[in-house]
Structures are given as structure tokens and as C-alpha cells.
Design a protein around this ligand. Structure first.
Ligand code: SF4
Length: 259
């Protein structure tokens, strides 16, 4: 593999002849104190006057591990943007991925679920609410992703938890955001409007290609196809959004179509 120097390298030459290296992309984990014995060798690589491939393999490995040299095709600016977004989200928002049920009305041919666990019990729901209540003040907000199984098969769990999350965030003056991964089969316009009230604004729905391909893969438990109903639901939702029953500027739809 070919490598290049990172744009985020900082080198400090110390009075005792040693070097201190820092890479601002990797942060504190990148800090290296370089012994005077290999100082010139490393300095000439990092200032671009010697080729990267000219240094001993063990030094090269260390510089790769700490981010001073990176694969030649890495777009570091893009990587930095992603890192910043992740940092903001990780540090500032309490993020929960909640499976209201492991049950599903589909039996996709490639599914890895066992469908063993039923709907989330009320005691677990209350424990989650208690946890959010206790910790929300440490964050800027709460971000919830509904996942499954098929989460819409436990709509009452989504409703109960959402009502409480909204109440807690409002009282604590914190942001609340939420999204759902659903197979879309039960996502009628009415359910969509209900979910909108619970601030579920981001949707991930999968279509496995055109009707024939999709209906061969993403089938109901009785083996029948699901394409038409999902697409009809989506069309009805588009009409709801266009009629401005909801504020479409805050909606985010991702319909994943796999070939
Ligand atoms: S929609 Fe398909 S892949 Fe997803 S949980 Fe149900 S059966 Fe599995």
C-alpha cells in the first residue's frame, strides 16, 4: 500500500535534541516522544525531504498507527468532518437504540433474527425512562433509534416511551430527536401521522429492487409479497406531507433500494 503524510502533523524540536510529535486528527493518543537517536530520520520523513518507504518498518508502523502517515487515497478533510459529527453526537447526545419487540410480520429470506423475544415488558420500559430521567441533564439532548424485529408491531411501546421521553426532554429543556427502521408494511398514513406527533422524523425503509425481486426476498410469514403495500404506504405518506399536515422540511426519508 502507498502512503502519504497526514495534514494534521505537528512536530516540536526540543532543546535536548528529542522530538515531540502530535497529530490533531488522532488527538492525545498520537503523542510520541522521539529519541534523539532516530530524530533526524523521522524528521526528514515528516518534513517531506525523505521518502516514507525509506524508514525502518517498525518506525513506519508506529507512524501509521498514530496517524502521521495515512493511505494515499484517504480524504482527510472528509474523515475529519465525519469524526467531528460523531464526536458531537457521541459526547453531547444520549443515544439509545431501542428494540420494542423482536417479533416481525416479515420472514425475509436472509433475516438473522430468531423472533424469540416478545414485546418489551413494562418494567424494562420504565427502567429506560428512569435512566433517561436520571441522565438527561448531562447531555444536550436525547436521540432515539427504533429498531427491531419490526418496531411498528409494538406501537404501544413506542408511544409510551416517546410520550415520556418528550416529557422529560421538555422539562429538562433538552433536544429530542428520533428515527425508525421499519419494513414499511404497517406504515400507513395514519400511523405516520401518529409517529410524527412523537417526533419520529427519520425513516429507513428497504425495498429489495423492483416488485418481483423484492417479493421474492421480503415476504410475509405466509410467503406472500409486500412490495405493493409498502409502495402504496409511501405514496400516501407523500400526499400527507404535500398537504402540509406535517412540516416536510424536518422529515428525512431513506428508502434503501438494493439490487
Ligand atoms: S423485516 Fe425482514 S430482515 Fe427485518 S426483522 Fe423482519 S424478517 Fe428480519
Amino acid at each position: 500500500m502507498k502512503y502519504k503524510l497526514s495534514s494534521f502533523n505537528y512536530v516540536l524540536c526540543c532543546d535536548d535534541g528529542s522530538l515531540r510529535l502530535y497529530n490533531s486528527m488522532y488527538g492525545a493518543n498520537s503523542l510520541i516522544a522521539v529519541d534523539p537517536g532516530v530524530r533526524d530520520e523521522i524528521l526528514s520523513v515528516l518534513n517531506g525531504t525523505a521518502p516514507i518507504d525509506g524508514i525502518p518498518e517498525y518506525i513506519k508502523k508506529e507512524l501509521i498507527k498514530s496517524g502521521y502517515i495515512v493511505p494515499i487515497d484517504r480524504d482527510e478533510n472528509y474523515a475529519l468532518k465525519i469524526k467531528n459529527i460523531k464526536t458531537i453526537m457521541n459526547e453531547k447526545y444520549l443515544q439509545l437504540v431501542i428494540m420494542p419487540t423482536e417479533q416481525c410480520n416479515f420472514r425475509c429470506r436472509y433475516c438473522y433474527e430468531t423472533f424469540e423475544k416478545p414485546k418489551m415488558s413494562i418494567s424494562i420500559q420504565n427502567a429506560i425512562i428512569k435512566y433517561v430521567q436520571k441522565n438527561i441533564s448531562n447531555y444536550m439532548g436525547l436521540s432515539v433509534s427504533w429498531f427491531g424485529g419490526e418496531p411498528l408491531m409494538a406501537l404501544d411501546v413506542i408511544e409510551y416511551l416517546s410520550e415520556n421521553f418528550l416529557r422529560i426532554c421538555k422539562a429538562a429543556k433538552r433536544v429530542y430527536m428520533s428515527g425508525i427502521t421499519t419494513n414499511g408494511y404497517d406504515l400507513t398514513a395514519d400511523i405516520f401521522k401518529q409517529l410524527y406527533k412523537f417526533k419520529i422524523l427519520s425513516y429507513q425503509i428497504t425495498l429489495d429492487g423492483y416488485r418481483s425481486q423484492h417479493d421474492n426476498q421480503r415476504i410475509l410469514a405466509d410467503g406472500s409479497g409486500t412490495f405493493d403495500r409498502i409502495v402504496n404506504n409511501l405514496i400516501e405518506i407523500v400526499i400527507v406531507v404535500q398537504m402540509a399536515s406535517v412540516n416536510n422540511s424536518e422529515m428525512l426519508f431513506g428508502v434503501f433500494i438494493t439490487a
